[in-house]
Design a protein around this ligand. Structure first.
Ligand code: GRF
Length: 211
């Protein structure tokens, strides 16, 4: 898999740790980012994983940046792209070429977008959580693979709540990516099932037509 990050990379680090076990079924071929010098990129580079950065600001428009990103990702021939704390929307050049999953710190379809934890707190929900889903052309809108809940505490602020969500996320991401790699998957409309039927990592062309 190619893992995309924008910041700390604690989810990526959890995948890196899990993939040290040969029975895990997946390994990281590269870590990419839209930002230079982030802790996550340093961490991956320090662990000997190839890294690349495609800075958003270096491109005149989103489509060109997306095409450059797709080019870099495809060079590693991944079976799966994992957006784990990647703060940019991936466009059709990437999503049309590779199966890609995203981890989002809320129970979708509630609170999509870049400020999910803040928005959930502001709304006063008592339970929030995290969602792992396939990417489609929308924002946090693709078919859901798994979700886990996290109760909101009375004295939570954005940072305390996000930290507790991230503890749950890391485990769910590791479990889900491992199962996708080992078992394959099928997407039927909005429903994702594990299992090597019409779609698996061995047959990893993910287009609108074969969803
Ligand atoms: C996670 O909460 C993820 O859901 C969100 O950004 C955060 C990334 O954290 N999209 P980290 O960089 O993996 O520590």
């Amino acid at each position: 898999m190619v893992v995309l990050i924008s910041g700390t990379g604690s989810n990526m680090a959890a995948l890196l740790e899990a993939s040290k076990d040969p029975d895990y079924g997946a390994s990281i071929v590269a870590v990419g980012s839209d930002r230079e010098g982030t802790p996550g990129i340093e961490l991956a580079g320090g662990a000997g994983v190839p890294t690349f950065v495609v800075p958003f600001r270096a491109y005149t428009d989103r489509a060109r940046w997306d095409a450059a990103m797709a080019e870099r990702i495809s060079g590693y021939r991944p079976d799966l792209v994992v957006s784990a704390g990647f703060m940019r929307i991936l466009g059709p050049a990437v999503v049309g070429r590779h199966p890609a999953v995203n981890i989002h710190p809320a129970l979708l379809p509630s609170f999509p977008g870049a400020h999910a934890v803040r928005d959930a707190l502001a709304h006063g929900v008592r339970i929030t959580g995290t969602t792992i889903h396939f990417l489609d052309e929308g924002v946090d809108s693709g078919p859901i693979i798994d979700q886990a809940s996290v109760p909101v505490q009375d004295d939570d602020d954005e940072s305390s709540l996000h930290e507790r969500i991230k503890e749950v996320e890391r485990k769910m991401l590791v479990d889900t990516v491992g199962r996708l790699a080992r078992e394959g998957w099928t997407i039927d409309g909005r429903h994702v099932r594990f299992g090597r039927t019409e779609h698996s990592v061995a047959d990893a062309t993910y287009t609108k037509e074969n969803r």
